[in-house]
Design a protein around this ligand. Structure first.
Ligand SMILES: C[S@@+](CC[C@H](N)C(=O)[O-])C[C@H]1O[C@@H](n2cnc3c(N)ncnc32)[C@H](O)[C@@H]1O
Length: 242
């Protein structure tokens, strides 16, 4: 197959490899910048043409998955979500590396997390399957774009959390080269304003929270309030019911 001459695909389980390949092809994944997908270990490792690698492993703390000392009251993200209680139903529409997803799950929130990039989704799904941490029970991952999910799913959530890519350079949890690779995979999330406009119309919701770099302009709509950290800001939107 033409595709297989362009990059190397290493695996132990042929069944798993086939699942990945079919899923990526079915979702029109662009393989151009991918040099290798390595499925031989528990956690997949993905390499780009420049040799940068990318992986997601919820069992390790390399990119700060385990913030065990955090409490609902001590963290600005949980304050922005308006959370005084565990069990809050959060729809995280931009899972990415799921650092925030995992953090919210550790606080005891019920998190449904969406990721539209098929390769990132597969890496998340595998990280979830391999996860041995207790917070796992609080997370559900879906491969979906936010707009599709909001149009087709009627589940009630308390809060939508949105962290779209910000094109300018900001401090990141990932080492620089991995961030470059991650950004090249997911792009700029240029539909973020339209996504936010749809979110604030969602029925049954208390609020929508958008993460921005501290000094960045708002995402198209004026928030009702915000919670500021040292480098980032959470903009808080009420919900517009008809
Ligand atoms: C900046 S990253 C999110 C980082 C994440 N909050 C974390 O803690 O790792 C943005 C991610 O959200 C995904 N994304 C952005 N907009 C989306 C949308 N409308 N629907 C689904 N996924 C989206 C992108 O593909 C990308 O992986």
């Amino acid at each position: 197959m033409d595709l297989l001459t362009k990059f190397s695909f290493t695996y132990e389980s042929q069944q798993l490899a086939l699942q990945w390949l079919q899923f990526l092809q079915h979702n029109n994944f662009n393989f151009e910048n991918i040099k290798e997908i390595n499925l031989t270990g528990k956690i997949p490792i993905i390499y780009d043409m420049a040799g940068n690698k990318f992986s997601i492993d919820f069992n390790e703390n390399r990119i700060n998955y385990h913030k065990k000392k955090s409490t609902i009251k001590s963290e600005i993200l949980s304050r922005a979500l308006g959370a005084g209680r565990a069990g809050l139903r959060v729809l995280d529409i931009s899972a990415g590396l799921a650092i925030d997803t995992v953090f919210l799950a550790q606080l005891g929130y019920q998190v449904t997390a969406l990721e539209r990039n098929p390769l990132i989704f597969l890496a998340l799904q595998r990280a979830y399957e391999q996860c041995t941490e207790g917070f796992k029970i609080n997370i559900k991952f879906f491969h979906a774009s936010a707009i599709y999910f909001l149009n087709t799913n009627s589940e009630i959530f308390d809060v939508i959390y949105f962290d779209p890519m910000f094109p300018e350079k900001t401090k990141s949890a990932l080492p620089r080269q991995e961030m470059v690779f991650f950004k090249s995979l997911v792009g700029n999330d240029s539909d973020a304003v339209a996504v936010l406009k749809q979110c604030v119309r969602r029925k049954g919701l208390n609020r929508v929270v958008v993460k921005r770099p501290l000094k960045a302009p708002v995402l198209g709509l004026k928030p009702h309030s915000h919670v500021d950290g040292k480098l980032i800001r959470f903009d808080i939107y009420g919900v517009q019911h008809d």
